[in-house]
Design a protein around this ligand. Sequence first.
Ligand code: SF4
Length: 503
Amino acid sequence: MMDSDRTMLPVSVPRLSKSKFLAGLQCHKRVYLEIHHPDRATPPDPSLQAVLDMGTEIGTLARSLFQGGVLIEESYRQREAALAHTASVLADCSVPAIFEGAFEHNGVLVRVDILERVGGTDGEPPSWRLIEVKSSSRVKDVHLDDLAIQSEVLQGAGITLSSTCLMHIDTTYVYEGKEIDLHRLFARKDVTEAVAKRRAAVPAQVSAMKSVLLRSEPPVVEPDHHCHSPYDCPFWNHCTKDKPARWIFHLPGSSQVVGPLVDQGITTIDDIPAETALSLAQRRVKDNVEWVSPALRTALRSIRYPVHHVDFETVMLAVPRFPSTRPYQSIPVQWSNHIEEESGLLTHQEFLHTEPTEPRKRWAEALIESLGERGSICVYSAYEQAMMRQLAEAFPEFRSAFQAILKRLWDLHPVIKDHYYHPAFNGSYSIKSVLPAVMPSLSYGDLLIQAGGQAAAEYYRMVFVETDWVERAEIRDALLRYCARDTLALVELRRVLKEKAEK
Ligand code: SF4
């Protein structure tokens, strides 16, 4: 049988970019596949564009802190033109900063977010501050690697760097309304020393990647925990397609359990020795049988009618838009409520804020009215509780209503976790795993939006990016259907579990 990873012999070493270099640091096979077989990657999540849009907004705001800076507009494909444009701007002493400058050294091409001139006027030798802008809320190891390759290329290309900085979002900043205070939105960290330490290893890392890229076939790398750090590798499905259904890496929990098992040569969950210390969730996956606790019936009967089944959707904005909110604060924008009477009658109410205005008051008023004063409020995590506490804190006028509502919360998640297991859960009690296992006819597969992260990204696109009203209407419909499915899932899960408990 042909190995699907086999390929033609590359004739010359392809040029690396900083993203390819970072892919290569994660895994040599990944950089090989990205360059020679990009078609084997799983297509990116549709919500990726919204994440990119948010990153673009952050980048543009960061640049506005460097008045008079020049943007190198040529794209990645216009390599020669970008390099030439950068060189001409570098030579112009009146330019205080260069945005997206292109530099190349030793076959590695990088684009630099911001290069700030800190010397070179009045006849001094020119020197520069390298600044990377990230939409994250802290400095991560991968950012230091990102800056190490940029620093290596810049200095190889003859640029003198006086320091290296990372600008990231400061989540302690509270937006007061009107103009965003960019000096408080961004935190600036000097990482010169940490980057210099990593830079020392870069030439050897680049040369190892280049020799891998010249091979006629990808290196053999076993997929394991490294495939998910610092990012989920897009070749995971490709690399694991021939693994057994009960592959050892499907055992939930930490690498501290799986690692030693792999070292012992264990490849499937069924081969795990009986005496191995496992958590309860891992034990359930190993046993691989349906389990119903005798106490499930009592737990389910503690609910009071009418039962409100609710779910919230929120958006987290890197750049806060509503007064008294912080970057990445969860802002509730949508809820769904399926109400079940004791007679079995089911009705549905919902709310979705579709304008780029402060959503929280209208969201809270509509929710409080929908929940009324009677019955349990069935949720599937502690998230709804946390969100209502946050709203009660921010809007004192809702405090007493939310305090009464919080007393009626009834969480189905711990009930399932403590009293029921199905082999198709595969150790996960997320509603996205539980629902198709218990109610295969009611999954998320028929929906345009199938996960919370995608819902948040689509919401951002609908409200803050998209201008086509047809597209906006489609997103609105998809969001309503997704949230309604979450709460209908709660109704159906309770029903199926009741049947199992009463058997
Ligand atoms: S899935 Fe893992 S082994 Fe395969 S290319 Fe990606 S990081 Fe490497």
